[in-house]
Design a binder for this molecule. Sequence first.
Ligand SMILES: [Zn+2]
Ligand SMILES: [Zn+2]
Length: 278
Amino acid sequence: MDHIRLRFWGVRGSIACAGKDYERYGGNTPCVEAAVGKRTLIFDAGTGIRPLGDKLAAQGLRDVDLFLSHTHLDHIVGLPFFSLFFDPQNTIRLWAGHLFETGGIESVLHTMMADPLFPVDPKIFAARVEHHDFKAGAVLHPFEEVRVETQPLNHPSGATGYRVCCGPSSFAYVTDHEPRDAHPDPAIVALAKGADYLITDTSYTDEEYEARRGWGHASWRQGLAIAKAAGTKTLVLFHHDPSHPDDVMARIEEQAVAEGKRCGVAVFAAREGMELTL
Ligand SMILES: [Zn+2]
Ligand SMILES: [Zn+2]
């Protein structure tokens, strides 16, 4: 059975951050690569997808499944710069679960890549692009060895959480999401149940969360509550707020690790370039 190899190409939420204060954790917006055997799945197309595309093109990869959590700009802004779109030998399957009833992913792409927001439209893509809109909650089988479970998330204009299963290995990718009340949502707990890793939205500290209720994001403590309820082995802090440079992130990570120890959950913060094998 093939392993899942994860690599983080973008871990920052909301907007990309540059400069020396963002070097340790990284400044690119969400993009996670999951390699299973010879196949590659990608989660989100933030600014991190640009270097990932260059690597995959250099490797000669011809076929990729790209799953979008949703279409807020920080999760799709890298799409027009994804190298694999520009080779007619390539096939890219774009998956989205929040637009099934509102026009689909293709029309959103045409809206984003249109004058005067962007100089060229998606017709510039030479690759074969398949648009797979589904209703969040569906179970997907992008290829034989892999099963992808999905759930709708609580986020303005909707978002989709994913769980990728390959043999005994699994991880959940749940961003952007705000718990509906004081307890973790049962459907999200079920999605993350017993997973090796839960990568989830932990944008805020407790204090920041109180000031930003309803914005569609979570605190690290709320992320930890999901991991604890789900019996997830490891919580990966993700979608780091732009107002958290490296020194702030290090303090948050230290607190979350200590609190995780108290409830039996291993915790670390995602960093750009980090690789995990499941
Ligand atoms: Zn976001
Ligand atoms: Zn969002």
